[in-house]
Design a protein around this ligand. Structure first.
Ligand SMILES: *[C@@H]1O[C@H](CO)[C@@H](O)[C@H](O)[C@H]1NC(C)=O
Ligand SMILES: *[C@@H]1O[C@H](CO)[C@@H](O)[C@H](O)[C@H]1NC(C)=O
Ligand SMILES: *[C@@H]1O[C@H](CO)[C@@H](O)[C@H](O)[C@H]1NC(C)=O
Ligand SMILES: CC(=O)N[C@H]1CO[C@H](CO)[C@@H](O)[C@@H]1O
Length: 318
């Protein structure tokens, strides 16, 4: 057995038809942030509008961080002002500090923010020049103010399995960091395998530890496909009771730690897995593949979704 990994017969044979699984589309933010091409504002807006029509419950739409750091997303305010909002769809934006929070709250119709913490000291130091604990302290101020103003806050953890600087991440640190963010008042913690090094066994081990601090309904799986393991890892998360995952249309977003490698799991492939298991996602797969093909052709990049490629060569379908 792989690190105590067990699939009960009932898990894969049980009908999931009554269960809802939340797919968080992160392409317009996490995806575009890691693409070399700058996407004009009107195209970003069109992308978000078309994804809204596909039926996602959450679409991460923008980032309110210094344009010096992330020039690809410098037009967040205009994007948030001009998108069409579909009912019951959350449009979270990334905020890293008070400056970003105030910008997000100034007339941009933002109702949900995402905040970050690393699970690796080495990455935290490189990325924000602070220890994990110091950075959590800073983040707490931002979360407190956001909650006071009635915003919802989602917490992102990065480097949950491994880190380019520190090597393997201790699952106990992931659990402690998740607990700290839940105590601040985050409604959900997105568990980011940022480098995509996770396997079914290491994801299983990490979740065993994390699920000692809170229940599965407070976590989302954010698994990268760098090593082709993302869908297998999502299946492990499903077995552990998670019913939320992050993915990106067409697999938008590369991997800054392995140039040329894939980053985010493609939403099309995730939705295909979930529908195959009988879950409801609210997402129209056919429409989603059209959006994926459109944005990939606009960006002149290959479509990383295997599902999309298969669907459009027709004979593979059904
Ligand atoms: C803010 O968003 C809501 C829906 O989420 C929409 O009804 C409203 O028109 C928006 N307001 C502005 C100023 O964009
Ligand atoms: C990092 O933080 C230390 C103090 O905590 C400071 O002396 C140093 O200048 C900072 N480095 C950068 C690159 O901001
Ligand atoms: C974080 O804040 C708490 C209380 O607000 C304080 O006790 C603790 O020393 C701080 N930790 C660091 C590393 O700054
Ligand atoms: C429909 C479509 O354009 N699919 C393309 C996605 O990208 C792959 C290359 O990675 C192409 O082979 C597909 O044709």
């Amino acid at each position: 057995m792989l690190g105590g990994l067990r699939f009960s017969r009932s898990f894969l044979t049980k009908s999931m038809s009554k269960e809802f699984f939340k797919v968080n589309e992160v392409g317009p933010r996490d995806g575009l942030q890691n693409e070399k091409t700058f996407i004009p504002t009107e195209l970003k807006i069109e992308l978000i509008n078309r994804l809204g029509k596909c039926g996602f419950s959450s679409i991460e739409a923008a980032s309110f961080v210094s344009p010096k750091w992330i020039p690809q997303l410098k037009d967040g305010e205009k994007v948030m002002k001009e998108i069409n909002r579909y009912p019951n769809v959350a449009y979270p934006v990334v905020v890293l500090n008070m400056y970003g929070l105030h910008k997000a709250m100034s007339n941009n119709n933002v109702t949900e923010i995402s905040v970050f913490s690393s699970c690796s000291e080495g990455f935290s130091k490189k990325n924000v020049n602070m220890s994990i604990e110091n950075h959590l302290n800073r983040t707490e101020e931002v979360v407190n103010e956001a909650l006071n103003k009635g915003l919802r806050v989602r917490g992102y953890l990065s480097m949950i399995i491994g880190c380019p600087y520190d090597g393997k991440t201790d699952p106990k640190i992931v659990a402690r960091t998740a607990e700290a963010m839940l105590e601040m008042g985050c409604h959900e913690i997105s568990l980011g395998d940022t480098t995509g090094v996770g396997t079914a066994a290491s994801i299983n081990k990490m979740l065993d530890e994390v699920l000692t601090v809170s229940s599965a309904d407070r976590f989302s799986a954010h698994f990268h496909d760098t090593y082709g393991q993302a869908l297998a890892n999502v299946l492990v998360a499903l077995e552990k009771g998670l019913r939320s995952a992050d993915s990106s249309v067409g697999g938008l977003g590369g991997c800054p730690y392995a140039p040329g490698a894939s980053g985010n799991l493609a939403s099309e492939d995730l939705v295909y897995l979930l529908h195959g298991l009988g879950f409801q996602t609210g997402v129209n797969l056919e429409e989603l593949t059209q959006v994926g093909n459109w944005i990939c052709s606009v960006m002149k990049r290959p479509n990383a979704s295997k599902c999309s490629t298969a669907l459009y060569t027709k004979s593979h379908f059904n």
